[in-house]
Design a protein around this ligand. Sequence first.
Ligand code: ADP
Length: 277
Amino acid sequence: MPPAQAGERAATGQPWGATEPVLHLQDVSIYYGAYMAVRGVDMTVAQNEITALIGPSGCGKSTVLRSLNRMNDLIIGARVEGRVSYHGQDLYAKDVDPIEVRRRIGMVFQKPNPFPKSIYDNIAYGPKVTGMKVTNMDDLVEQALRQAALWDEVKDKLKQSALALSGGQQQRLCIARTIAVRPEVILMDEPCSALDPIATGKIEDLMVGLARDYTIVIVTHNMQQAARVSHRTAFFTAEVDEQGERHGRLVEYDRTNKIFTNPSEKRTEDYITGRFG
Ligand code: ADP
């Protein structure tokens, strides 16, 4: 299926809000120490859709993405205000285990980061350390690699080092590794920025296919990528407040087709037509 179909599906798909929101941000502001990097974000992430976060560098896209699985907890001084909920549950409530959050809401990073282990062990590692009940690890490894469209390329060298794979293969391996612990949501932070166009195309095709089974949120600096693969797009930019401080703000959030053909905000239009950013 060509990647463009996801965007087309968004244009003709369910009306806004008809699918159940998996994640819900309400008046979310995110700080690094005293600095408010992102201010007052309200948005929902719908099930089995690809939601793209776009906007100029430094406007808080990665910060917002990391808040969705408590990855910001790992940064000293980082703090989230407002409410981020996952199926209605406050993700930052005291009794919520961040490790379990990150199992259900996995993350793929900008630079492929396989472990210095075999291809097989990269996939088996997550299920082992999280204590998942696995009846047949070989089957699980195969299934994850198949879902990540990597099986055919690696099935004869599962015991070889993952570091010997190409960058694009390594990134698909990282996606397989994320899938192996059976998450519901996959967060992707500029997953193609280190890849060539062919490897990028493969990841985009893969994302569109994965959206049948997973909910995906992607940060991308590549607007064409957002237009090609995503169902909804959130456009962020940095604004200077009355005190002269810059904060990332969500300017507009809508179906991708609408954002790219008929945005409501002039700032969105200026950005997508290349007039700023
Ligand atoms: P984007 O992903 O849109 O490029 P980021 O979320 O990376 O933006 O950054 C938003 C703002 O937060 C920027 O001003 C950036 O310098 C700041 N920031 C990001 N990460 C950190 C951090 N770990 N510590 C302090 N400030 C940070």
